[in-house]
Ligand binder design. Sequence first.
Ligand SMILES: [Zn+2]
Length: 72
Amino acid sequence: MVSQELLEILRCPACVREKDGLLVLSRESWLVCQDCGRKYPIVDDIPIMLIDEGDKWVKTAVEALPVPPPSR
Ligand SMILES: [Zn+2]
C-alpha cells in the first residue's frame, strides 16, 4: 500500500507548475491526473511519477488500465 500521506502530497509532474495536477488513486494501482489525464503506475508500492510514463497511458481509459501495472 502507498501511504495516504504520500498520496496527498503527490501531484502530476506535467501539470503542477500551472495547475493543481491533482491525482486520484484508481484500483490501488494507478494515479490518474485530473487535469491532463496522464496515468502513473504504482509498481511495488512506488508511484512512478515520470512524465514519459504518464504519457504512455494518457489515451488509455481508466477501466482499460492493466492491474497490476506492468513493471518497467
Ligand atoms: Zn497532469
